[in-house]
Design a protein. Structure first.
Length: 259
């Protein structure tokens, strides 16, 4: 549909899962896409896949450590050299850190926040000056339903994701007069490799999988492509008045009253 024609997008954590699905969807809609990924091999493989599937696709894989502001700024610079100023940023890179609050190590706490919150801020800080100058831009932060509802045993991940929502709202309001929109997407259970890894780590992986599928009212979990569709919408000119908001993609799970 070419909804992102002439736009340049940078997606962090784009080597696999939700990030890779967003990169594919953006390229299919006509955007030039930079896949910013710590594991450069996965980003290069996804970039080759996109280039092979979409004629004339503009894709570039750049090794990026979102915990390091200089690394993120370097990725933005590479994007500008290859395609021009970044119009769209998707802060997707993230990790799961689940621990008991009182036995968790300081390193685990810092690792969670370095990726899941500092990484988002590093991305925003790298693209905002250019977006403000051009008075145009869309930032999409991938949060989580953990940002609204607490699941025991998942500390400190939800703390970081609450921070992502706060950052999204604060920056969205701060730069709204400059026509820069900052929004978030909060996925629930999505079938990614991380989900499969969690299932496989349980004593009975198949039972864990069945239990997860029973949680959403729709009796299934989401697909990365379903998150990508919403990212395309928020990145496009079809969402000009959506700002400082969060769209939940969880099949109705967080709206369900639990007895």
């Amino acid at each position: 549909m070419n909804r992102l024609t002439d736009k340049v997008a940078l997606v962090t954590g784009a080597g696999r899962g939700i990030g890779a699905a967003i990169a594919r969807a953006f390229a299919a809609e006509g955007a030039a896409v930079v896949l910013a990924e710590l594991d450069i091999a996965t980003a290069q493989a996804t970039a080759r896949e996109i280039a092979g599937a979409i004629g004339n696709a503009k894709v570039l894989a750049v090794q990026t450590d979102v915990t390091q502001s200089a690394s993120v700024q370097a990725a933005v610079s590479e994007a500008q050299k290859a395609f021009g100023p970044v119009d769209v940023l998707v802060n997707n890179a993230g990790i799961n850190v689940f621990a008991d609050p009182l036995t968790m190590t300081d390193d685990d706490w810092r690792r969670c926040f370095a990726v899941d919150l500092d990484g988002v801020w590093n991305g925003c800080r790298a693209v905002l000056p250019g977006m403000i100058e051009r008075r145009a831009g869309s930032i999409v932060n991938i949060a989580s339903t953990h940002a609204f509802q607490i699941i025991p045993g998942c500390f400190p991940y939800p703390v970081a994701k609450h921070g992502v929502i706060g950052l999204t709202r604060a920056l969205g309001i701060e730069y709204a007069p400059k026509n820069v929109r900052v929004n978030a997407i909060a996925p629930g259970y999505i079938e990614t490799q991380l989900t499969h890894d969690w299932w496989n780590a349980q004593p009975d992986p198949e039972a864990a999988r069945r239990a997860t599928l029973e949680l959403p009212p729709m009796k299934r979990i989401g697909k990365p492509e379903e998150v990508a569709m919403t990212a395309v919408f928020l990145a496009s000119d079809e969402a000009p008045f959506i700002n400082a908001s969060c769209i939940t993609i969880d099949g109705g799970r967080t709206a369900l009253h639990h007895e």
